[in-house]
Write a protein that binds this ligand. Structure first.
Ligand SMILES: Nc1ncnc2c1ncn2[C@@H]1O[C@H](COP(=O)(O)OP(=O)(O)OP(=O)(O)O)[C@@H](O)[C@H]1O
Ligand SMILES: [Mg+2]
Length: 477
């Protein structure tokens, strides 16, 4: 069997086999019909030929008996019997040539019978002629019987050949089909099942062989893809755990250093030093709190359990509140806000939207360590509200842009020096998208980045009458 057939689809091969078997059965049925009708024809010819021979030979005997009869009454009766037999032979004629021979015999017998009573002297000669024509009739029927027998024999042989050939073809089709099923279906399916079992038992690098029938190859491909995805997921979970451990260690180390000198059995450090240490503790606890909050959000989003409390909000107010939070946080940054005079109302979850804005603002400050302007704008355009946060910071290399939305993906060399878990944008993207919006970035490395959030304006969303949304479960990190 060719490689093509080994790789063909189950349905295709089963269809082809069914077609071939049907064609075979059709050939057998047609051959049977032809054979039986031919044999029937031959047996009819044989039966008629035998009857004709019997009648012609009886007529010969009658002819001789007639010639020798002395009594006119007896002769008359024999003559009638002779005519009856020839009439009867007429019913068994099976060919035109036999009809001609029978006609000649009947005429010649009539000529002979007519000599009686007419005193014709040529009776002996006419009797010879009638006898000869009856012999010819016998010969013609014997020849016909021979021909019919030969034909029957021929059809018998042909029947044998057809029977043998169709039987052989059927066996060949079934044998090929079962060989193919074993080789292209059963074998690969068993090996795939074994690979799945081994994978299930923890051998994570086992993959299924993509061979055999199309359907089995598709199954193997699907399994391999799933195994790759699980492998990647496990890898990223390990990286995730390592990242969390690493990021949690920084604030914890800072906490440990701050409280190191304070012992129960030793005097407290001077008040100004104590205040300094407490402020470090406060900052690190806030940081730890935020990190753990983000991690909880991430796991809730992943499980599809984060619900949004949707209401109408003016984005200008949310921006003002967020900017106030960051105002003065960094001495080298200048926060510039550009808000329109008209409200920019959207349906959103106030807290989550503030969380998104905080992350965008903190990123803009964090990732522009040399300082500069951070511009926050919002405007209504057609039926959309467009909010942007722009900075003159380190920017994001083109190749990294698609990855900044992935959880725990922190890009760029500068991130090593800049604290963060790599969850902010991932959470922000999920929140914005759950509110019917989009988030995108335009960035040039070394020149800065502009993050834009686009949300439908309230008038567009009113018709939908949404009040609570649940973020659907995300793809695994
Ligand atoms: N304004 C920006 N300029 C340059 N790079 C940015 C900017 N904002 C985000 N990035 C890049 O995108 C990555 C992901 O940002 P994200 O906010 O998700 O994580 P993070 O700020 O590192 O940590 P987290 O926000 O969870 O504390 C960052 O690590 C950084 O490499
Ligand atoms: Mg961030």
């Amino acid at each position: 069997m060719s490689r093509f057939a080994r790789g063909a689809g189950l349905r295709r091969i089963a269809g082809a086999a069914a077609l071939a078997l049907t064609a075979n059965v059709l050939i057998v049925c047609s051959a049977l019909v032809i054979l039986t009708s031919e044999l029937h024809g031959a047996s009819t010819v044989l039966r008629d030929a035998v009857a004709s021979v019997r009648l012609a030979e009886g007529a010969e005997v009658d002819l001789l008996t007639h010639d020798r009869a002395r009594d006119d009454v007896v002769r008359h009766a024999i003559g009638n019997e002779l005519r009856r037999k020839l009439d009867e032979a007429g019913k068994h004629v099976t060919s035109e040539s036999e009809r001609v021979v029978l006609g000649e015999a009947a005429r010649s017998v009539e000529r002979y019978l007519a000599t009686f009573g007419s005193g014709d002297g040529s009776r002996g000669t006419l009797m010879q002629a009638a006898h000869l024509s009856l012999r010819k009739l016998v010969g013609a029927n014997v020849a016909q019987a021979d021909t019919a027998q030969r034909r029957a024999h021929l059809w018998d042989k042909l029947g044998n050949v057809i029977g043998f050939l169709t039987g052989a073809v059927t066996i060949a089709i079934l044998a090929t089909l079962s060989w193919w099923i074993r080789r292209a279906v059963v074998g690969p399916a068993l090996s795939l099942a074994a690979s799945m079992r081994r994978f299930g038992n923890g051998e994570r690098d086992v993959r299924g062989g993509e061979s055999g029938a199309t359907e089995i190859r598709d199954m193997a491909r699907q399994f391999n893809r799933m195994a790759d995805a699980i492998g990647r997921k496990e890898e990223s979970r390990l990286a995730y755990l390592a990242g969390i451990a690493h990021d949690l260690r920084n604030p914890l180390t800072a906490l440990r250093i701050s409280i190191d000198g304070i012992k129960a059995d030793r005097p407290l450090p001077p008040e100004n030093q104590l205040r300094q240490r407490l402020s470090v503790v406060q900052r690190q606890v806030t940081r730890l709190n935020r990190m753990i909050g983000d991690l909880l959000d991430a796991s809730r989003i992943e499980a599809g359990h984060l619900s949004l409390q949707i209401a109408a909000h003016d984005l200008r107010l949310l921006i003002q509140e967020a900017v106030e939070l960051f105002d003065g946080v960094s001495p080298v940054h200048d926060l510039r806000v550009d808000l329109p005079a008209q409200p920019v109302e959207v349906l959103c979850d106030e807290l989550r939207m503030a969380q998104t804005l905080n992350n965008l603002l903190s990123n803009a400050i964090k990732y522009s360590p040399r300082g500069g302007d951070v511009r926050v704008e919002v405007r209504a355009e057609d039926d959309r509200a467009i909010l942007s946060v722009a900075d003159n910071g380190v920017g994001i290399p083109d190749g990294d842009v698609p990855h900044i939305w992935e959880p725990f993906r922190r890009t760029g060399a500068s991130t090593e020096a800049i604290p963060g878990v790599g969850l902010g944008l991932w959470v922000a993207k999920r929140i914005v998208e759950a509110q019917g919006g989009t988030i995108a970035v335009e960035s040039s490395p070394g020149a800065g980045s502009t993050f834009s959030v686009v949300l439908p304006l309230l008038k567009v969303r009113e018709a939908a009458n949404e009040s609570q949304l649940v973020i659907p479960a995300s793809d695994p990190p």
